[in-house]
Design a protein around this ligand. Structure first.
Ligand SMILES: Cc1cc2nc3c(=O)[nH]c(=O)nc-3n(C[C@H](O)[C@H](O)[C@H](O)COP(=O)(O)OP(=O)(O)OC[C@H]3O[C@@H](n4cnc5c(N)ncnc54)[C@H](O)[C@@H]3O)c2cc1C
Length: 480
């Protein structure tokens, strides 16, 4: 029965003969799967040991070594550098931020949150700068970000959101409404409103991860792959902090956890960050005659204003890669490591794409994949270093981690070097958040929330009305 349903879901979707589901991501298919570096060879001793070689871990190692070249830094990864969300994401390098800003303002004041937002905008420039300086070719194109609305409720919400953001650190030049009749950036079907920000760039995520890994290695960081950390131990008396693996134990002055969506698999951290699936599809290259109709010449990253929003990019080789809102892990199940994606998710992403750009309805889909991201209970990312235990961490970016992880890496550098800087004063530093409810409660809650958002989108598209009350209810249940 399940097979039958899956086949029915996939039937209307044009698929390339080269269609692949999983295999980590389309980005690696384009780039080639990396040859693995050697695993840890036994017990070892370092100044700093980073667990996880995604953007968070790699940026932390990068900035540490740049600042203090004699520091002995190791990075350990269960698979290979960039295997996680960092090698699978939508390639939106943007100053976007999850969760309500008011929560940081409550503890640190509004000015601190505004400083955070401004720092994120500068972070987009910083990633582009480092990629250029280090010769990392990650298909970076700084075309900005375009958000669109396609019904009345979305238009109202987009206008309200932009006005709100303009009070929280985005000044009108940084993010503003544009008249879709005057500004034909992308020929989105049924567009009712649009907004634009210059603070975003498109990247090829796996190229950035791979380039960063090569760069930190060249700086003298020891990067061990195929090395699973089973436990992170705090400092206990004279015993130094440690990352324990089956291949040996790494002792260090500080151990940094940079495992984001995988954190719940580690001992004692099950309820810290909810692992959520996010999925993507990529089309075959779109023919030139269709691009003439679609526009998208600026290659800005493109998102919509639905509750179950989508985000898209025009790739360097003229495909469209599109992703959607994350959904929670299936209760009691491990995520598919290779990223195989259920047919209903592929179908949903394809319908969203075609709803926005009906011209691409005939363009075959060539790849579908999924990854895991981490959502804290209050939906706000954190970065911290506990000098008592010697342990630090960063993450909980809820799907906005491409730029944020760079800011986290620079902040961890300052914390590890014992410096008080404008970065260490940002309101996400040192924030402690309560854990998620135990299963099955959190699973049920997040399922209900997702269902409500979907129904709200359907209701809004079928009427000339306002934002559906169901979306508000979903927000209250999820605590967003
Ligand atoms: C499909 C998808 C689309 C997204 N799109 C965007 C986007 O367009 N823009 C944006 O800003 N954000 C996006 N995100 C989020 C963004 O990719 C992440 O927030 C960011 O990459 C997190 O980086 P990280 O280094 O913290 O975690 P990861 O990249 O997940 O890295 C964690 C690493 O830890 C390793 N690891 C895990 N457990 C262990 C262990 N026990 N021992 C050793 N190593 C371990 C993993 O192998 C992995 O390499 C998306 C995420 C997904 C999944």
């Amino acid at each position: 029965m399940r097979l039958f349903t899956a086949a029915a879901q996939m039937r209307p979707i044009p698929r390339s003969p080269r269609f692949v589901n999983g295999a980590v991501s389309f980005w690696y298919r384009e780039l080639g799967r990396p040859r693995r570096r050697a695993p840890l060879g036994g017990d070892a001793d370092y100044d700093v040991c980073v667990v996880g070689a995604g953007y968070t871990g790699l940026w932390t190692a990068y900035y540490l070594k740049k600042e203090q070249p004699d520091l002995r830094v190791a990075v350990l990864d269960r698979h290979f550098a960039g295997f996680g969300a960092s090698g699978r994401n939508g390639g939106w390098l943007s100053a976007e931020f999850p969760g309500p800003r008011e929560r940081y303002a409550r503890s640190h004041g509004k000015a601190a949150m505004i400083a955070f937002q401004r720092a994120l905008m500068r972070t987009v420039e910083e990633v582009v700068r480092v990629a250029g300086d280090e010769g990392i070719d990650a298909d970076v194109h700084q075309g900005g970000m375009r958000l669109v609305a396609t019904n009345t409720a979305q238009r109202e919400r987009l206008a309200r959101d932009i006005a709100h953001l303009q009070e929280w650190g985005y000044w009108p030049d940084d993010l503003h409404m544009v008249d879709p009749d005057q500004d034909q950036g992308v020929a989105v079907d049924g567009i009712t409103a649009a907004a634009y920000s210059p603070h975003a760039a498109r990247i090829q995520p796996a190229k950035l991860a791979r380039g960063l890994a090569d760069t930190v290695e060249a700086l003298g960081v020891d990067l061990y792959e195929s090395t699973t950390v089973t436990e992170i131990r705090p400092r206990r008396g004279a015993a130094r902090p440690a990352a324990v693996t089956e291949l040996g134990t790494v002792h260090a002055d500080h151990v940094i956890r940079a495992t984001e969506g995988y954190t719940a698999t580690m001992r004692g951290l099950r309820r810290d960050w909810l692992p959520m699936h996010a999925s993507m599809i990529a089309t075959e290259p779109v023919p030139a005659e269709l691009w003439e109709r679609i526009g998208w010449q600026g290659r800005e990253v493109l998102g919509d204003s639905a509750h179950t929003y989508v985000y898209a990019q025009r790739t360097a080789d003229d495909r469209i890669a599109v992703g959607g809102r994350g959904v929670p892990h299936r209760f009691g199940s491990e995520p598919d490591a290779e990223g195989a994606t259920p047919p209903h998710t592929i179908a949903e992403l394809w319908r969203s794409l075609v709803r926005l750009l009906p011209d691409v309805a005939e363009v075959p889909i060539e790849h579908a994949w999924s990854g895991v991201l981490g959502a804290p209970r209050d939906w706000l990312p954190t970065v911290d270093l506990d000098t008592g235990t010697g342990l630090g961490w960063a993450g909980g970016y809820v799907g906005s981690g491409v730029a944020t992880s760079n800011l986290a890496g620079r902040t961890l550098r300052d914390l590890l070097l014992g410096r008080e800087t404008e970065l260490t004063r940002l309101p996400w530093v040192g924030r402690r958040v309560r854990g998620w409810e135990p299963e099955p409660l959190r699973w049920v809650g997040t399922r209900v929330t997702n269902g409500l958002y979907r129904t709200a989108d359907r209701r809004e598209s079928g009427s000339a009305g306002h934002t559906s009350r169901l979306a508000g209810l979903a927000g209250r249940i999820s605590g967003r």
